[in-house]
Write a protein that binds this ligand. Structure first.
Ligand code: FE2
Length: 293
């Protein structure tokens, strides 16, 4: 199955959930399990879904693309941390459904610019976590666990998060992975009022301003497995060639593997890979940022 098809399947699932939630207060999300199993099988073999997580956002309905992307980033970290298949399926599912409650709050409170929301909208925004949890019919133990992991995505390691202000190891590790994936996805994609940061600046922002929100282990996993130049991001080299990151050198985070797409004059070429860990005269000059349309 192609990454594009699988990504579309996640988006369709979310659109369907959103429609159902607009007429119901509870929904059966059991179909998430086979979708997540396919995602995990695919991501064990290929980095291609990361291309979508880095480059795709839906400007008309950020909730949909954000949820899919968070799941992909969370699974990327989870695979790197060597979680077993069943827990990866739970993590992926929790990532996909983590913001379902957004479908049940007023539109004005659904944008994630918390500090800019009025007091009332801030209240509604924070409610999206429990509304999301309550919206899931707990048809079995696995779905219950998935809903619980999802309900942790705004908890912070230092206890400053919501809805319960849980601290340190009181937050399930999968919830902590979801929390950092949620923050990273929001930072690197555009929102109504701002452009997305390029991925290295997204990572830098988390390390500089939100270090206390995550355990050292989770921050290390973010750096090791998402990396400063994550798979999927477009970069320009000092040679002026343009390409896309397709692989990482874990011990050399600044020197990933690049698929070159344009030569130094901007002419499209037959794609070929270079490993910056080996071709040390070539370096990344800049990332090519996503812009608000
Ligand atoms: Fe959220």
């Amino acid at each position: 199955m192609l990454a594009k098809q699988l990504y579309s399947e996640i988006l369709d699932f979310l659109k369907n959930c959103k429609q159902l939630l607009q007429i119901n207060t509870e929904i059966d999300i059991s179909k998430i399990i086979p979708i997540s199993e396919k995602v995990i099988d695919f991501m064990m073999q290929s980095n291609d879904l990361n291309y979508y997580a880095i480059n795709y956002y839906d400007e008309h309905d950020v909730f949909i693309s954000h949820s899919a992307n968070v799941a992909i980033f969370a699974v990327t970290i989870g695979i790197g941390m060597k979680y077993q298949q069943k827990e990866l399926v739970n993590l992926c599912s929790a990532g996909i459904i983590h913001d379902l409650g957004i479908a049940r709050v007023p539109a004005k409170a659904s944008e994630k610019t918390l500090d800019k929301l009025s007091k009332q909208n801030n209240y509604f925004f924070k409610k999206h976590v429990t509304l999301g949890y309550d919206s899931v019919i707990k048809v079995n133990e696995q779905i219950e666990r998935i809903a619980q992991i999802a309900s942790l995505h705004h908890e912070k390691y230092d206890g400053s998060g919501f809805p319960n202000g849980l601290k340190s190891d009181k937050i399930d590790p999968l919830g902590q992975i979801l929390s950092v994936a949620d923050a990273y996805e929001s930072l690197i994609h555009p929102r109504k009022q701002r452009d997305g940061r390029i991925p290295p600046l997204g990572i830098k922002h988390i390390l500089q301003n939100r270090g206390n929100f995550y355990s050292k282990e989770i921050l290390k996993a973010l750096l090791d497995h998402i990396s400063i130049y994550p798979v999927g991001v477009y970069v320009k080299l000092n040679s002026n060639e343009i390409g896309r990151v397709v692989g990482l050198n874990p011990d050399k985070p600044l020197q990933p593997i690049i698929k070159i797409l344009y030569d130094s004059k901007g002419v499209k070429v037959k794609p070929f890979e270079i490993n910056l860990g080996e071709e040390i005269q070539k370096k990344i000059k800049t990332c090519i940022p996503l812009k608000n349309k």
